[in-house]
Design a protein around this ligand. Structure first.
Ligand SMILES: [Zn+2]
Ligand SMILES: [Zn+2]
Length: 67
């Protein structure tokens, strides 16, 4: 399976992770590479220091780190 674009990944706590990570290097939680509900990739535009959006922009499902 080819990876044609660098995907943004987040752990269960919302920490920014690299696509090759399976577990977060900061907290040890599992890393998500896309929305668990619909498989939609996370936006590749990130704001440093800001938590990722709590809801999927494609299906509206709450993400694992959402409150
Ligand atoms: Zn983490
Ligand atoms: Zn989704």
């Amino acid at each position: 399976m080819a990876i044609d674009k660098l995907a943004i990944s987040y752990c269960r706590q919302g920490h920014l992770c690299t696509p090759s990570d399976r577990f977060c290097t900061k907290c040890g939680e599992i890393v998500y590479h896309a929305c668990p509900n619909c498989g939609h990739s996370y936006p590749d535009v990130i704001v440093v220091g800001k938590k990722p959006d709590s809801f999927c922009s494609n299906c509206g499902e709450k993400q694992p780190w959402g409150d």
